[in-house]
Design a protein around this ligand. Structure first.
Ligand SMILES: [Zn+2]
Length: 340
């Protein structure tokens, strides 16, 4: 089969469209023909080189496709069914897994991170990862959903326990995770302040439901938040930008506020005044992906149309390099999709 694979870490040039062996299906697995695979920032990090990634490697976390074959142990799925894949790998028998906290399993990894992912034509995956799709949801839409909506759901609902009436500051409303966060926050009856780096992304954030907009290149985020909230600050800051926005994010919190983060796109170093942390009684929460239970929960709202996947652009799988460059330059609004 064809796949996008890289044999060394580096810039988008390392991505090769080449022939690779087809996966061997185990009796407890499902073989899925990939129809769409969405890009995530994780793909860029893995391509540049993350600890534990073995070469050669196939990227790709968010997969939608059609069942090609089912293993002998599986009786409730059949060839031809349209499915999406849960973008995570876990042991499924440790205490954390059986308690429903798969993202705390010692073997937990994101599909396409420490194991080969879906930038290919066929993928073999355990039954637990395979989720049937409703007819009305296309493959590109389905592939746009899992990682970003699950990540945003776990951050806002699982970790921050968002409530109606709260105010949420969402950094990078134009990103995949940001556009999911805007919609989830609105679904929970919160007021949303979204930031973005250009007018086009601000307009699109507004169309998704953002109540207030901040251009994070032209305006000081915390000053704008202060004006918008009549000096109160926000209940929740939704962070994934990291170093470039950390100070502004902390300054934007109201007393008792929560900063929840899932990423550090602009850099991992942050500094803060411990006195601010205890005097303002702030909470800093880390969040990594989400659980299988949360994925099923958020998908219900996607399948019912309450939450809408946002697609930026689609590329043939063979043009993965161009797709990576687009994401690297932050030119996208929503998800970039590869079609094998
Ligand atoms: Zn486990």
């Amino acid at each position: 089969m064809k796949a996008i694979r890289f044999h060394e870490f580096g810039s988008p040039e390392v991505l090769k469209h080449e022939d690779v062996p087809e996966p061997q299906l185990r009796d407890d697995q499902v073989l899925v023909r990939v129809k769409a695979c969405a890009l995530n920032h994780l793909d860029l990090w893995v391509r540049k080189g993350l600890p534990g990634v073995r070469l050669p490697h196939i990227n790709g976390s968010d997969v939608a496709g059609e069942i090609e074959q089912v293993g002998a142990y599986i009786s409730d799925l059949k060839k031809g069914q349209r499915v999406l894949l849960a973008p995570m790998v876990f042991c499924n028998h440790c205490q954390e897994c059986v308690s429903g906290r798969q993202n705390m399993c010692r073997q937990f990894t994101v599909l396409g991170n420490l194991v080969d992912g879906g930038n290919c034509e066929l993928i073999a995956i355990p039954r637990v990862n395979v989720i049937p799709l409703p007819d009305h949801l296309g493959y590109n839409e389905a592939a746009s959903v899992p990682l970003v909506f699950l990540t945003a759901w776990h951050m806002l609902v699982g970790r921050s326990q968002i409530r109606p009436g709260q105010t949420v500051l969402i950094l990078g409303g134009g990103s995949g995770v940001g556009s999911a966060a805007i919609q989830i926050s609105k679904m929970f009856g919160a007021t949303v302040i979204a930031t973005a780096g250009d007018e086009n992304k601000l307009e699109k954030s507004k169309a998704l439901g953002a109540d207030h907009l901040i251009n994070h290149y032209k305006q000081k985020i915390a000053d704008e938040v202060r004006t918008i909230t009549s000096k109160a600050g926000v209940d929740i800051v939704f962070e994934h930008v990291g170093q470039a926005t950390w100070d502004e994010s902390v300054r934007s919190l109201k007393p008792g506020g929560v900063l929840v983060t899932c990423g550090a796109t602009t850099g991992p170093e942050a500094k803060f005044d411990i006195r601010v942390l205890f005097v303002k009684q702030l909470s800093f929460l880390g969040s990594y992906m989400g659980t299988m239970g949360e994925l099923h929960e958020v998908l219900k709202h996607v399948f019912s149309g309450k939450l809408r996947p946002v697609i930026d652009k689609t590329f043939p799988l063979s043009e993965a390099r161009v797709a990576h460059e687009r994401l690297e330059k932050s030119e996208q609004f929503g998800k970039i999709i590869l079609n094998p």
